[in-house]
Design a protein around this ligand. Structure first.
Ligand code: KIV
Ligand code: ZN
Length: 504
């Protein structure tokens, strides 16, 4: 059977989702979970883009043992050098070089002629090949590139030393028939004395990213690129978990093997959702909470008689557990550490000590600590470590008739505290006005969502906010989890405010 390589770009294309900013520690945590999930190649970032991206690619390259680690580079020597520097400690490094080849991109964006584009591909892929054994080339906007020119660009990259050719449907314009044909035609027409891996890279603007990726595989692609939960620019990328399950459940049709450990799927999805701040829709294929819920009587009856009547994927297959061993007040360090390991966390001693302290505080208030509670607690901890200011205290004065008042204090690493007080028409507005005063910022609150993190009367509240910085026009997300709705709201807002401040 053909083996399909899985290439994850959650940390690069996925991080291009508005409002999503992972810190280095979170990126390493995600990388290690992706390794556990079975990913072959991780695109850890775009090293020239910022010092933060460089640092993350470098840290991942140093810590990942089994996956190939790649970094993105434009057709520019300085990009390739920066990627080389960031990836120098990787066990198996790869570079990903790209240049647009569609007429609209070449004419308006690059202001380059076809000849200049071909010359640049030749020069920069050759240069990349002088530094890397594995070179991947992407003709950006390939699906809207004139077919003969696409072949010419791809052949130029192969002749210059690329052994992996990725065909991006950059704007999510293609459809399965058309996208599949591009692969078939390129594979039939390229000349090479080395094995060339063809890779698919799709965006979901027309809702066809998964179908397009599968069409590419049917037509000879041996690598698929995408992100977890399909996060990414605009409508996002191919959701890798969907491709993995489609190839597994329909092995009879696709006749392909994948490296993916399916039972790690749900856990991987939850980690990305929490750290990105982007909730997984309940009806999302494969990982949504309702993916296995059978509501209608006819379906329930059928499933009870034989699950195969309506259930093509079982919850256990993707690692949906019943949380059979929730922790509680009496759970000790050993049980706690075992749970962290089971959840895929690899902590230093200091980090796990701090996590255990937080867990004990939570266990004082909540009878059963579920996996969801723990993942939220640990995400809070990792984010707070890199925040300039943490929420220290919130006081609200409530009046049923008139304005509400809030006093909020925040504290930094050096134990310096700032306190302010403001009013608002509601309690949350009063708190948010106060936090704006503390950070000396006035962002626009574009989203505010609240839900119970788990079931049960003692469930914690989870608040997600999105703030739009009116100066930079960028969006930032924050999640706050607490027993108290006002406190959770304040935490989420402080998190997003910290990101605005550090981004400026
Ligand atoms: O969508 C795209 O074209 C990309 C390239 C950089 C591969 O993400
Ligand atoms: Zn992309």
């Amino acid at each position: 059977m053909r083996k399909i390589q899985f290439f994850d770009t959650t940390l690069r294309d996925g991080e291009q989702t508005p409002g999503v900013n992972f810190n280095t520690k979170e990126k390493v945590q995600i990388a290690l979970q992706l390794e556990k999930w079975g990913i072959d190649v991780i695109e850890a970032g775009f090293p020239i883009a910022s010092p933060g991206d460089f640092e993350a690619v470098q840290s991942i390259a140093q810590q990942v043992k089994k996956m190939t680690v790649t970094g993105l580079a434009r057709c520019q020597k300085k990009d390739i050098d920066r990627a080389h520097e960031a990836l120098k400690d990787a066990v198996d490094p790869q570079i990903h070089v790209f240049l647009a080849t569609s007429d609209v991109h070449m004419h308006y964006k690059l202001k380059m002629t076809r000849e200049e584009v071909l010359a640049s591909i030749k020069e920069h892929v050759s240069y990349a090949r002088s530094l890397f054994e594995k070179v991947q080339f992407s003709p950006e906007d390939a699906s809207r590139t004139e077919k003969d020119f696409l072949l010419e660009a791809v052949q130029t990259a192969i002749d210059a030393g690329a052994t992996i050719i990725n065909i991006p449907d950059t704007v999510g314009y293609s459809n399965p028939t058309e996208y599949g044909k591009i692969f078939k035609s390129l594979i039939e027409n390229i000349r090479s004395d080395r094995e060339i891996i063809f890779s698919s890279h799709c965006h979901d603007d027309l809702g066809m990213a998964t179908a397009n990726a599968l069409a590419a595989i049917e037509n000879g692609a041996n690598r698929v690129e995408g992100t977890i939960n399909g996060i990414g620019e605009r409508a996002g990328n191919t959701a890798l978990e969907e491709v993995a399950l489609a190839l597994a459940i329909r092995k009879d049709f696709y006749q392909c093997e994948t490296p993916i450990i399916l039972s790690e799927t749900k856990r991987t999805s939850e980690l990305i959702s929490r750290l990105s701040g982007i909730p997984v829709p309940k009806n999302k294929a494969v990982v949504g909470d309702n993916a296995f819920a059978h509501e209608s009587g006819i379906h329930q009856d059928g499933v009870l008689k034989n699950p195969e009547t309506y259930e093509i994927i079982t919850p256990t297959m993707v690692g949906v557990t019943q949380n059979s061993l929730p922790l509680g007040k009496l759970s000790g360090r050993h049980a706690f550490n075992a749970k962290l390991e089971e959840l895929g966390y690899q902590f230093t001693d200091a980090d796990s000590k701090e996590a255990f302290k937080r867990f004990k505080r939570l266990a004082d208030k909540k009878k059963q600590i579920t996996d969801k509670d723990l993942v939220a607690l640990l995400a809070d901890q990792s984010r707070e470590e890199t925040e300039a200011y943490k929420l220290a205290e919130v006081q609200v004065q409530y009046s049923s008739n008139g304005y509400q008042g809030a006093i909020v204090s925040i504290i930094n690493e050096e134990n310096e505290t700032k306190v302010a007080s403001k009013i608002g028409s509601g309690s949350i507005q009063a708190i948010y006005n106060t936090i704006d005063e503390l950070f000396q910022q006035a962002p626009e609150l574009t989203e505010y969502e609240i839900q119970a993190l788990t079931g049960g009367e003692d469930a914690q509240a989870e608040v997600r906010v999105t703030l739009r910085d009116t100066q930079t026009k960028k969006e930032f997300r924050g999640i706050g989890v607490d027993f108290d709705v006002l406190h959770a709201s304040a935490k989420a807002y402080v998190k997003a405010s910290n990101q605005i401040a550090s981004n400026r």
